[in-house]
Design a protein around this ligand. Structure first.
Ligand SMILES: Nc1ncnc2c1ncn2[C@@H]1O[C@H](COP(=O)(O)OP(=O)(O)OP(=O)(O)O)[C@@H](O)[C@H]1O
Ligand SMILES: Nc1ccn([C@@H]2O[C@H](COP(=O)(O)O)[C@@H](O)[C@H]2O)c(=O)n1
Length: 217
């Protein structure tokens, strides 16, 4: 059986950073499930599908023409031949992803595609419901958290390092709103699986987080 390690948690907890390091160290494949919800939101926007059109959104999710291309500094995301790696990372796309992700038909449309990433020798699955819904049989499950203040501080640093303006108060407000939406929705709400190890990274370095997760494998 393919070994799957699930890393779930709220926005900015450090899941993506951890998952890339884990995948590299263990030689496993990587699933960035948030990218699929972001791509669905971006495609819906491009195709003028309203965010309350459940059927339309599910069609968009089911027909995503996407390729994840490994490159030296991570993964390039290609949507219908166009490089949307930066476009899907915009703050408003994250908020829209959180809206479309609350729609059960969208989640249903993406389920098998996500499971298809589980190939030998193993998979690191990054998201909100990897341990609870998509890979409930995974042997190692981590729920990575950090305080909202710390996550906003990290996001500000990330944006400033990329040469972009960052308003701490606005970012904190967006993080808290996205947390609320993701935790309170009916479909696959953000929560730790019963058998997940909860890891609070607020005062841990990236290396310390990585070491603790490697110790679980
Ligand atoms: N333990 C840590 N200490 C300090 N900074 C960290 C830590 N973990 C991650 N970071 C930094 O925090 C920022 C956000 O991390 P990352 O993008 O991995 O979060 P995420 O959980 O994947 O967020 P999202 O779900 O919104 O994609 C990055 O700039 C990353 O370098
Ligand atoms: N398994 C998942 C992954 C993500 N989502 C939703 O997508 C939004 C964007 O995710 P990022 O990890 O890229 O920030 C997120 O806020 C969730 O609403 C999800 O529902 N399930």
């Amino acid at each position: 059986m393919v070994k799957v390690i699930t890393i779930d948690g709220p926005s900015g907890a450090g899941k993506g950073t951890l998952c890339q390091l884990l995948a590299k160290q263990l030689g496993y494949h990587l699933l960035d499930s948030g990218a699929l919800y972001r791509l669905t939101a971006l495609s819906a926007e491009k195709q003028d599908v309203p965010f309350d059109d459940t059927e339309g959104l599910a069609r968009v999710a089911a027909s995503l023409d996407v390729e994840f291309r490994p490159v030296e500094k991570g993964v390039q995301v290609i949507l219908a031949g166009e490089d949307v790696s930066s476009a899907i990372r915009q703050e408003h796309v994250g908020m829209n992803a959180s809206k479309v992700a609350a729609c059960q038909p969208v989640r249903d449309a993406l389920l098998q595609r996500q499971r298809g990433f589980a190939e030998a020798p193993g998979l690191i699955a990054d998201g909100r419901d990897m341990g609870t819904v998509v890979f409930p049989e995974a042997k190692v499950k981590v729920f990575l958290t950090a305080s909202a203040d710390e996550r906003a501080r990290r996001r500000v640093m990330q944006l400033e390092q990329a040469g972009l303006d960052a308003d701490y108060a606005q970012i904190l407000q967006d993080i808290e709103l996205r947390d609320k939406q993701d935790r309170e929705r009916k479909s696959s709400p953000l929560k730790p699986a019963e058998d997940a190890v909860v890891l609070d990274s607020t005062s841990l370095t990236i290396q310390q987080v990585l070491d603790r997760v490697i110790a679980l494998t």
